[in-house]
Design a protein around this ligand. Structure first.
Ligand SMILES: Cc1cc2nc3c(=O)[nH]c(=O)nc-3n(C[C@H](O)[C@H](O)[C@H](O)COP(=O)(O)OP(=O)(O)OC[C@H]3O[C@@H](n4cnc5c(N)ncnc54)[C@H](O)[C@@H]3O)c2cc1C
Length: 435
């Protein structure tokens, strides 16, 4: 006879593990399935894992600001210091410095959102930026160009006027370990995990979900199935036949992240995360005295939408483009001959805001479309999903009376309808990884 659970979660990335923990704490018997050999081995392992409170919407910012406190109180969230034999992750709460540019309206809308949420920040002028990051120059190179543009690297007459340093920000240097930490907490709450198990079918009976089938031929039963399959989310939605009815859909986007040795004069002890729309990249310190460089997807770069099972996992020209963009800001940075870093996928929605919702198939739920910006929010997303699942299974109509979620640290309540699969594309979004 097939084994039965209260809920089956497809995926043991950070979103699937956090939802498992939250449901387990509600007393549910949960099973996570993952086609890979361990928790957090999917796109979570490639995450830059930057924590920062600013998004383009109030609700997005509120959740992100709240997440800072989960990372700060990590052992409390997990339920103890000794939950994981591999040890707990460290949150490097070093702050995030965002350059003021015409494109972000000199950060005025973002500071207004932070004021509404009481999220602390300091404005730095150009000289203060150079004091904080001595190797950074504050010339302006906007608009963002590719290195084959004859104007690339030529500074504008006007320099940057300054930046904003957000204090509830930093990074986690090991996103896979963070996921392992949550998995251990979920196991403590009764959760089971099966790896190397690929879901290839969604089982239904009487118009409801009733389980999943595995590539190995096995069937597992549960009245609740959650799609937390990351960049494979749209494929799973098609298996459940729920994609057609969604207004907002998901697809996989290829990304490259560069790791380069830090330039002379760069002081990792005082360095912070940077976000720089003037040159189209973000950076953070990386283990081993490296600088991590990610892309803010400027309009001049083409988006590479891919099949998550068939894409180029090697570095391309894009790796060098990102490094050369930072060389404009940090001329001492050397471009290594050997490319190092990460090639991975975002699971992107039409408005770069995730979907945390139920679906048109009763019992089938969605925690998808994390759009390159939901690592930080995963602990809260897990709790939100558990509330949505519990309320919907108890008869609530999530489409018309969406669950309200209270952010306990910052004392802010938002409607989960913000993350609905049926929403209109949110025009307040940045339509980028910034969310
Ligand atoms: C390069 C990069 C940089 C990023 N930087 C940041 C950042 O700085 N800050 C931030 O907040 N966020 C960032 N993100 C986003 C963040 O990492 C993701 O939002 C988050 O990790 C997604 O977690 P997940 O659990 O949804 O997906 P995943 O970790 O991909 O987990 C999904 C799991 O589902 C499994 N799966 C898929 N299909 C099946 C199937 N058929 N059967 C069984 N299992 C299946 C996969 O094997 C995988 O393990 C970044 C992402 C990337 C790729």
């Amino acid at each position: 006879m097939a084994k039965s659970y209260d809920a089956i979660i497809i995926g043991a990335g950070i979103i699937g593990c956090a939802t498992s923990l939250a449901l387990g704490r509600k007393g549910w018997k949960v099973l996570n399935l993952d086609r890979l050999p361990a928790a957090g081995y999917g796109s979570t392992s490639g995450s830059c894992a930057i924590i920062r409170p600013y998004y383009s919407t109030l609700d997005g910012s509120a959740m992100a600001y709240e997440s800072h406190f989960y990372w700060k109180n990590w052992a409390e969230y997990l339920g103890g210091e000794d939950i994981d034999e591999r040890g707990l992750i460290e949150y490097h709460n070093v702050g995030s410095l965002v350059m003021k540019t015409e494109q972000n309206d000199y950060m005025r809308p973002t500071m207004a959102l932070m004021d509404q949420l009481d999220s602390p920040y300091s404005e730095l002028n150009a000289e203060e930026i150079r004091d904080k990051l001595p190797v950074w120059n504050t010339q302006s190179f906007f608009p963002v160009k590719r290195p084959d543009d004859p104007q690339f690297g030529i500074a504008n007459k006007e320099s940057l006027s300054g930046g904003v340093l957000f204090h509830a920000a930093g990074y986690i240097s090991d996103p896979q370990l963070a996921t392992h930490n949550i998995m251990r907490a979920a196991q403590q709450a009764g959760g089971e995990f099966i790896y190397n198990a690929e879901v290839n079918g969604i089982q239904t009976a009487s118009g409801r979900v009733c389980g999943v089938s595995l590539a190995g031929g096995e069937t597992l039963n549960a009245p609740v199935v959650l799609n937390a399959a990351g960049p494979h989310s749209s494929g799973i939605n098609r298996l459940a036949d729920v994609e057609k009815s969604m207004s907002v859909k998901t697809r996989a986007l290829r990304q490259e992240v560069a790791h380069v040795p830090v330039p002379e004069g760069y002081n990792a002890a005082t360095a912070c995360v940077t976000s720089d729309s003037d040159i189209g990249v973000y950076t953070r310190p990386e283990r081993g005295n490296y600088l991590l460089i990610g892309s803010e997807d400027p309009p001049v770069d083409k988006h590479e939408w891919v099949d998550p099972d068939d894409y180029n996992r090697e570095f391309s020209e894009q790796w060098k483009v990102q490094v050369l963009r930072v060389c404009q800001r940090v001329p001492e940075l050397e471009v290594p001959n050997q490319a190092r870093g990460v090639v991975d996928l975002y699971d992107v929605t039409d408005d770069w805001i995730p979907i945390y919702d139920h679906s048109d198939l009763p019992g089938f739920y969605l925690a998808i479309g994390t759009s390159g910006n939901q690592f930080k929010n995963a602990p809260i997303a897990g709790e939100l999903m558990a509330d949505i699942i519990e309320a919907t299974q108890n008869g609530n109509d999530q489409d018309n009376t969406p669950v309200e979620f209270h952010l306990k640290y910052i004392n802010h309540t938002f409607s989960s309808g913000f993350y609905s699969r049926l929403r209109e594309v949110n025009q307040d979004s940045s339509f980028s990884v910034l969310g």
